[in-house]
Design a protein around this ligand. Structure first.
Ligand code: FAD
Ligand code: NAP
Length: 338
């Protein structure tokens, strides 16, 4: 079951060439426990891997890459709505399309997000004003050190903007095996993002007659028109989180740049990182093998199949430039390994 010295390029959407000292694809609980036992015996660090769409490989991985391929999807409907239970290895977009095909709403704005179900809670995936936490019920995870199964409620997960306990206190300690979501019987469409509204208007969609499936279709079309498909141009989606800044900094930036794109976020402001990077002149720039996408400045691309060092080097240069120009710190969204 355990393979040695495995090429990881096919397993990360940035298409970075790097090797794993050990690699296992696990399709059920027994295989998962066996692989964990192997790693424990050999004292190997573990990288749980889904679709590889939110990682940057900065070099060869010295431990065990554990490809989580657990399958299974059930939907139980009752008077309160539906309880969706999905194993960690299920494809996220397929899950969304399965729910909307059953006329169930709640996940449609999250259509076409790449990756697997098991990674969705890690950064509380979000798009078009909806986050996983909005419908999240609970999850089950294996504690890597002991092999025990633990359940996490929504409160246990400490979800925040692109964040959860699995990026903080519980980082590197768990393999998520199953996620449950509760979809409401009373559904409200969420179509306030400008790009989505423009699409619905230009396609003469009657907003009063919206269905989850129609929104998923709109989200899919808008995303396809703006975002590079990793199959064509390797990338990891948005490379930086949208920074949350204090009011004083927002007011200064707004007076200097009246067209600044920003949204209120509690007491603070969420700045569109893509706008800052674009305004700084990075959109469409290419440096050797890597670059910044020409339609969406928040997406770093790897058209020349460059190294992780080239990507992280470009990210550092962009972040330093944004800091110098705007006094704003950008934080990468994908996780760097090793
Ligand atoms: P991976 O990249 O394989 O892993 C990501 C992290 O999760 C790693 O730290 C990994 O160790 C950990 N992990 C994976 N599986 C498990 C598991 N079973 N147990 C424990 N840890 C695990 N994200 C958004 O939030 N919104 C978007 O709209 C969005 N759009 C994207 C568009 C594109 C074109 C791309 C390439 C990416 C986009 N992303 C988006 C980022 C990414 O798709 C999500 O973060 C997704 O959830 C990652 O899933 P994955 O299976 O590929 O995770
Ligand atoms: P967009 O629609 O051009 O919007 C630009 C930014 O403004 C987004 O980052 C979004 O923040 C924010 N925004 C827009 N309308 C908003 C509103 N009504 N209220 C609050 N914030 C608003 O963005 P895009 O790049 O094409 O992406 C569309 C959606 O898909 C976004 O939600 C984005 O997060 C998501 N996405 C994520 C990734 C990823 O890898 N994480 C990749 C592609 C797309 P938010 O990002 O906070 O929503």
């Amino acid at each position: 079951m355990i393979r040695r010295d495995v090429d990881l390029q096919p397993f990360n959407t940035m298409a970075i060439r790097a090797r794993a000292a050990h690699y296992a694809r696990v399709g059920d609980q027994d295989e998962l426990q066996e692989a964990l036992e192997f790693a424990r015996r050999q004292r190997l660090p573990i990288l749980p891997l889904g679709g590889g769409s939110n990682i940057v490989l900065t070099g060869d991985y010295p431990g065990l890459v554990l490809h989580v391929d657990l399958q299974g999807l059930t939907v139980e409907e009752d008077s309160r709505g539906a309880l969706v239970t999905a194993a960690a290895g299920e494809n996220w977009h397929r899950l969304v399309m399965h729910t909307v095909s059953r006329k169930l709403g709640g996940l449609e704005n999250l259509a076409l997000i790449p990756g697997r179900v098991g990674a969705a809670p890690i950064q509380n995936i979000g798009a078009y004003g909806v986050e996983l936490r909005d419908t999240f019920e609970d999850l089950t995870a294996v504690h890597i050190a002991s092999g025990e199964l633990h359940d996490f409620s929504r409160a246990d997960c400490h979800f925040a903007y692109r964040d959860s306990v699995f990026k903080g206190a519980a980082r590197d300690q768990y393999i998520i095996t199953r996620v449950r979501m509760r979809l409401p019987s009373q559904w409200q469409p969420r179509v306030d993002y400008p790009a989505l509204q423009e699409y619905l208007e230009s396609h003469a969609v009657d907003v009063g007659a919206l269905t989850p499936a129609r929104i998923a279709e709109a989200v899919t079309a808008v995303r396809r028109s703006k975002l590079p498909d990793p199959q064509d141009i390797p990338n990891a989606g948005s490379f930086f989180k949208n920074p949350l800044v204090e009011d004083a900094l927002y007011q200064r930036l707004k007076s200097e740049h009246p067209d600044l794109v920003a949204y209120p976020a509690g007491e603070r402001w969420k700045l569109a990182a893509g706008w800052l990077i674009d305004r700084a002149g990075w959109r469409g720039r290419r440096i050797d093998n890597v670059g910044v996408h020409d339609r969406q400045a928040l997406v770093l691309v790897n058209p020349g199949r460059g190294t992780g060092a080239e990507i992280t080097g470009l990210a550092r240069r962009i972040a330093a430039d944004i800091h110098d120009r705007f006094g704003v710190d950008l934080e990468p969204e994908p996780r760097y390994y090793p």
